[in-house]
Every structure is written in C-alpha cells, then in structure tokens.
Design a protein around this ligand. Structure first.
Ligand code: ZN
Length: 246
C-alpha cells in the first residue's frame, strides 16, 4: 500500500491544490493530513473543504484548535496571533465544527499520526533533535509515527540518529529506505509554509511493501498565495516568508 501524508497546509490554497495532485500522481491508496489546515494563509475555508474532502483521515494542529478556541493563543507570536484572529473571523460555522472535531491522534496497524508529539499531543511541543525524538518512542506502540509542526522534513530513528531531508533544487524527491529492525518518527514537512530554506511545498509517501518513505518537493504559484495574503490584510511578513521558505 502507498500512503500519502501532507501537513501544515496553513490555508495556502495554491500549495494545497498542487500537493493533492502530486499525491494523486504518486498513485497513493490513501491520504492523511497531519494538521494545521489553517492559520497564516488567506484561504482557510477552501483548504478545509479540499483537505477533508480528499483525505482518509486528519489530526488537529495547534492552529486548527486555536482558530476554534480550543487552545490558548497567548503563546503564539504576534503574526501567528493576528492570523488566528483573522481566521476565526472568516471561517464558516460548519468549517469550525469540522476543525473542532478533528482527533489529536490516528493509529493504524503499522503507523500512527500526530501533529506535535505522541507524548503530549495537545501541548504542541516540537521534535527538532535526536534527544527530543528518542523520548517519544515509548509513547507510541506502532513502528512509525508521522508528525508535522516543525515545517522541516526529517527522519529520526530509535537509536538516536537523525537525518534532515534535503531535496536538491534540481530534483523533486528523495527516497529513504527504512530498516525493518528500527522504529521511526517521520516529519513530512509543510505544504503551505516550508521553513527549511526551500520554498517548495513538501509531501511524503510511505510505501508499506517497499518499506520506503519518499519525500517530495513541488513548485506552486507562490506569488498568487502572497497576493491573497496581502489583500486579506494579513501581516506582510507572512507573504514574504513564502518565497524564502523560512
Ligand atoms: Zn504549522
């Protein structure tokens, strides 16, 4: 089976549309979303429709919950707070109830999915380092845990190794072969607001038979997403950062 994962769409419709078509071209059997459908970008409602319409399951991210009043917005930075207040204002009631009912954790036989950490899914902690990853392995039973939240693709194993996934600019993907005797935490990167210096959107495909994860980067119409952010009156920084991937 081929399973597509996308995360951190952040109301970027232009990136979201390309992400889903890339996964369809990859002939995935199922698609799951790792959270943060909204926040920062100008198309929250349309992204909720598109993602929840196409995905087989989705977990809640901090921006999803913050936009519907389920998590405190005090710890967000100024730009994040402004975007959440704007998002809360423009989201339709039915979109809010959809976001509000997203689970924090999804589990399948071989893998599980959570936005932040399996240890405390609603505390929104980050996994950046091998040490932060290591302590998480005791908090899930499956072989692989797929996460989002940091917006930087990476793969961590259960003996303390970590690999940031860099896809060369003239390539569109990198395939990592998993070892059958290891467990993994896989960060698939961000569709709508990459922060690893590469402005291309990111998705990943887990092939259960090949035992591989394919990390994919794709171009999308960044200028259009930026124009909408400015037009909506959202902070200009949120538009600028898209072309830099920071
Ligand atoms: Zn995010």
């Amino acid at each position: 089976m081929r399973i597509g994962f996308l995360s951190d769409i952040h109301a970027n419709l232009e990136a979201c549309e390309v992400a889903l078509s890339v996964l369809r071209q990859e002939r995935v059997d199922r698609i799951y979303c790792l959270g943060d459908l909204v926040g920062y970008g100008a198309d929250p409602g349309r992204c909720v429709d598109l993602v929840l319409g196409e995905c087989d399951g989705a977990v809640a991210g901090n921006h999803d919950w913050a936009s519907v009043g389920k998590t405190d917005i005090l710890y967000f930075n100024l730009f994040g707070r402004k975007a959440i207040l704007w998002t809360a204002k423009v989201l339709a009631p039915h979109h809010k109830s959809q976001l509000s009912s997203l689970p924090l954790f999804i589990s399948d036989i071989e893998w599980c999915a959570v936005h932040s950490t399996p240890e405390e899914p609603s505390q929104w902690n980050y996994i950046f380092t091998p040490a932060q990853a290591l302590r998480q392995f005791q908090h899930f039973a499956e072989r692989i845990c797929f996460v989002g939240h940091s917006h930087s693709p990476a793969i961590f194993d259960d003996i303390g190794d970590m690999k940031s996934i860099v896809v060369p600019r003239d390539e569109s993907s990198v395939v990592v072969r998993l070892r059958p005797d290891r467990r993994y935490i896989v960060n698939v990167g961000s569709v709508g607001q990459p922060r690893d210096g590469d402005p291309r959107g990111a998705v990943a495909v887990f092939d259960t038979e090949q035992n591989t994860v394919k990390f994919i980067r794709f171009e999308y119409p960044i200028a259009e997403a930026q124009r909408k952010i400015i037009e909506a009156g959202l902070p200009e920084f949120l538009a600028d950062r898209l072309e830099r991937g920071v």
